[in-house]
Design a protein around this ligand. Sequence first.
Ligand code: BES
Ligand code: MN
Ligand code: ZN
Length: 490
Amino acid sequence: MKVQFVRQTLSTVEADAVVLIAFEGDGKPKGGLAELNSGNGGWVDEVRASGEFHGKMLETAMLHRPKGLKAKRCVLIGGGDAKVFGPAQMRKLVGALARKLKTHSMAHAALFLDGALATEDLAQAATEGAILGNWEPTVHKSDKKDVRFLASFTVSTAKGNLAAPVERGSIVATSQNFTRDLVNEPANLLTPMVLAKRAQEMAAEEGLECEVLDRERMEQLGMGSLLGVSMGSSQPPALIVVRYRPAKAKSKDHLALVGKGVTFDTGGVSIKPADGMEKMKYDMAGGAAVLGAMKALAKLKPSIAVTAFVPAVENMCSHNAQRPGDIVTAMSGKTIEVLNTDAEGRLILADAMEYARRQGCTHMVDAATLTGAVVVALGHVHIGAFSNNDEMFDRVAKASKGQGEKMWRMPLDDEYKEYLKSPFADLGNIGGRWGGACTAAYFLKEFACDTPWVHLDIAGTAWLDETKPDMPKGPTGVCVRTFIDLALGW
Ligand code: BES
Ligand code: MN
Ligand code: ZN
């Protein structure tokens, strides 16, 4: 899709549909709306007075061949309550709009922004919405006849220049879609090594450094916790490392983005039930999110060093698989009794986090589809966020708020340590029936040590089970925008 900013008046916008946003309780039409209204016999007043259009979120009214406009159609879309309308609302609104326009073959869409809407933040969010809304998980469909896409999206204002935010939005959303494409790939096509190859290709394209640690190297480093998970699979594991270094660093801080990269989670010998197991191809969504963030950061150039770490493995059951009761030694030296082979995410993250610390990272965030328990606790609304450091948590929370990626802080009190006791090793890898998201996070805390760290459990938010107006069923690409914002705002 071609994405652009054009400074022009409403009347000169050329498109299949030019879109104007109107709010609930708006008074007399102003700016572009007034122009449209007066040129078309009071059409805006009429759709409001008739009750056809109230300005509620996502409500629409359409006028064909609007007089005085070059565009073929004018679409009025409701933005809801103007007082709470911000980038998050704009992103969703344009996402839903893009999905609607493309299914009705209006391939060339334009959004006209004026008044309070002609801001950098809103133009960027609108661009993101359009690109995210244009994504479909249809790469493996052979019949694409009915799959339609927007061919172009234009942001227009009569005054000022919003080219830079439109460009930024394009970088961010394209990167988020890169993540969604990775998550969408089935596990037969996206093995740990294929994920590593995709990361290397992305890094080469963006001018980033990429290093892939293979099994032998990980053995040398003593990553027994990660390697234990990989034992059951014929697919070799990979620890993917992608590095971004600023030209002029503002501080000595070095941010690690760590993402769980289980390309498929059968549960291992502690095997999962068959029902819904196909979804476990998304168990690398955290890893894909950090790679997507790096893709964008290469172009947006934050002033802090950022390194991504993606431990990539396949959790299988076979005659080589690790068994419940096995005791492994993590790179940090801690011994772990593997009480349940399905609690594999924490086992691979433990070694990746230790490696990140030894690479000199001073701050750490991880994203992982870690527990079903976080879905029980927070549903599909919030990411479960855990931290050992209030200041670090605040940084991440601020970034996520601005990006509309909701998160909710969960506890990490020392009492949870009791749950992870093992009579035979330093730690067990499960904490029993209760507080599963918290005990999983506490396990990770044992490997974050004193490094300021935030853990994001995205099991409930990385995959959409039902199509929504702004997003189809499938991968969401959650955390990509928060990570980008976190690094840029450092
Ligand atoms: N990948 C799963 C977590 C998961 C479950 C994500 C359901 C999305 C939906 C993780 O590896 C896992 O299996 N966790 C177990 C932990 C348990 C064995 C302590 C879980 O949540 O059931
Ligand atoms: Mn598992
Ligand atoms: Zn898993």
